[in-house]
Design a protein around this ligand. Structure first.
Ligand code: ARG
Length: 576
């Protein structure tokens, strides 16, 4: 069953069909938004390549394709341009009809692609410590992708692959026992301090270090008492995370929690299975899968270690158990790993092992959704003034505090409670948007002033644009006819309607390419087109059907901004 197409998919299909009819059945149409108004709205760019492959004159092929191109009711102008492009100008009636359809649809007429079950592995902090800025990117990129994929009708299974297992936890649990025996007050509110003190003990006192190691063994061996203490530690640590999630407004819950420990029982089976398949072999006492696909400079195959000399298992082993679980139990057709780009090699190797071992079937898509580092003003990884790691909770508090001051300057007369609400939306929105609006693979400089600016490609700018449009609608109250026909007379009306028609393609692109910044670019352009429209076309001062139609464009623009920002996890407000 083929799903309903987006505008771009439709144009590509039609031009593709015309190319086929002109004798080039497999040539891609490559329809793209036209870069300039004089090129029309869309441009078919695939014809030159098709002509070259068949040793045809590209302009002649372009005119043949144009003659066979069926865009009746969609485009009203086709133009052969340059060495063999076809410039497509959509009909205003068609754009108006699309806008009309979007207005009456709960999903803004965004078509749903074929449905998939998608696992998204994101956030995944190490529970030994408090969440720090290093966890911000995975958490908000993952959350945006989860929202976009759900919006498109996919079944999204979030998996919070937290670090909750291994030697660190033996150390922490041993310290917990010791602290309790000493009868002192346990301050687990300050997890960071607790970790530091435990580590200090571990480094300074050999007897404690031995007890810590023994605790790991007992924990992994299933000792009930140790297990209960470890669980208590995790609960507290997890509730710290949940506070951060609540502040951020991300959708993760306990039900999404599937930490490393959850796979512990499966690890021996993974290793024996890899051995049975002839993939894991002994090397210096460890169990290793050698991967010819990843040869080092020395020409040696890369070693993917699945069991250490001492019998312990690794992050790498756990990830194999997890991918197997995601394929066979969760029935994922696509698995996204929203993890720091520095783990890229690990994931490429893990995917290779998983495929070879049959844990992930060939038709299941495995994607490492990597991202770069958050940098400070000095261009180095983001740190506190004294060089420590920045706690996420503190960073978010600062965002809200700064936003509160800005709101106070802009709108001192609003009641304080309302200013607080706006500050939360703006502060958190600014932090998220600053991150999501960059290509995720690049590092970016974290800068309060740019992200909180009310001008430029920022959350406050878009939130404010939304509020302004909502204000226009409010002032027209009573006079809004939700069924009024949209008619596009003015060029600025038409350009706005064209931009509105592109929403579905932006959302689909985010889902396909796992690049939230594509939606940010779109929303920023949409807000810009709206401002141009608003300058050129009076809304409230116009009359009759023109006014009603323009109000409809306002309504669709605000709904699109609200929906689009919502997909990024950013709140919009009626007043700010
Ligand atoms: N806890 C890991 C870290 O902080 C991230 C886990 C990512 N997910 C995974 N399946 N490996 O680096």
């Amino acid at each position: 069953m083929s799903a309903e197409p987006t505008l771009l998919e439709l144009l590509n299909a039609r031009v593709g069909a015309a190319l086929a009819a002109a004798g080039c059945p497999d040539a891609p149409a490559i329809v793209q938004p036209a870069g300039r108004p004089e090129f029309g709205d869309y441009q078919a760019n695939g014809i030159m390549a098709a002509a070259k492959a068949r040793k045809m004159n590209p302009r002649q092929l372009a005119s043949e394709v144009a003659a066979k191109l069926d865009l009746a009711g969609i485009a009203d102008k086709l133009e052969i341009a340059g060495p063999g492009f076809i410039n497509i100008t959509l009909s205003s009636d068609y754009l108006a009809a699309r806008a009309q359809a979007a207005l009456t649809s709960a999903t803004l007429a965004v078509p749903q692609p074929p449905q998939q079950t998608v696992v998204i592995d994101y956030s995944a902090p190490n529970l030994a410590k408090e969440m720090h800025v290093g966890h911000l990117r995975s958490t908000i990129i993952g959350d945006a992708l989860a929202r976009v994929l759900r919006f498109l009708g996919h079944t999204v299974i979030a998996q919070n692959h937290v670090g909750d297992w291994g030697t660190q936890f033996g150390m922490l649990t041993a310290y917990l026992i010791e602290a309790e025996q000493a009868g002192g007050e346990l301050d687990l509110n300050d997890l960071e301090g607790f970790y530091r003190r435990a580590k200090q003990r571990f480094d300074d006192d050999d007897a404690f270090a031995d007890r810590a190691r023994d605790t790991v063994v007992r924990l992994q061996g299933g000792d009930a008492q140790i297990h209960a203490l470890w669980q208590r530690f995790l609960d507290i640590s997890m509730s710290h995370c949940e506070e951060v999630y609540a502040t951020l407004g991300v959708l993760l819950t306990r039900a999404d929690l599937k930490g490393e420990s959850a796979y512990n029982a499966m690890l021996p089976g993974i290793v024996s299975d890899l051995q049975a398949k002839g993939m894991a072999v002994e090397s210096d006492g460890a169990q290793v899968v050698f991967l010819d696909e990843f040869k080092g400079k020395d020409g040696e195959a890369a070693a993917y270690i699945v069991q250490k000399q001492d019998g312990g298992y690794l992050y790498a082993t756990t990830d194999l158990a997890a991918v197997r679980h995601r394929a066979s139990e969760l029935k994922a057709q696509r698995a996204l790993y929203v993890v720091d780009a520095r783990q890229s090699l690990h994931f490429q190797q893990m995917f290779t092992v998983a495929r070879k071992a049959g844990y992930a079937p060939a038709e299941m898509s495995l994607e490492h959704v990597g991202f770069g580092v958050m940098l400070g003003e000095d261009g180095k990884p983001f740190k506190t003034r004294s060089g420590g790691t920045v706690k996420l909770a503190e960073l978010l508090d600062e965002a809200i505090t700064r936003a509160f001051a800005l709101v106070g300057e802009k709108n001192p007369d609003l009641p304080e409670a309302q200013r607080h609400e706006i500050a939360r939306a703006v502060g958190i929105g600014a932090v998220k948007y600053a991150d999501l609006s960059k290509n995720r693979m690049s590092d970016y400089v974290f800068n309060w002033d740019t992200m909180l600016a009310f001008e430029g490609n920022t959350a406050p700018y878009l939130q404010y644009a939304y509020t302004r449009i909502a204000g226009i609608e409010r002032r027209a109250e009573g006079a809004i006819d939700a069924n009024a026909p949209i008619v596009l007379h003015d060029e600025a009306e038409r350009t706005l309607a064209l931009e509105l028609a592109r929403f579905a393609d932006a959302v689909h692109a985010v889902a396909r390419e796992t690049q939230p910044h594509l939606l940010c670019i779109y929303l920023y352009q949409l807000a810009g087109q709206f401002m141009r429209f608003y300058e050129a076309c009076p809304v409230l001062k116009s009359e009759g059907t023109v006014r009603a139609s323009r109000l409809q464009l306002c309504r669709l623009t605000s709904a699109t901004l609200r929906s689009g920002l919502g997909l990024l996890g950013i709140t919009t407000l009626e007043t700010m």
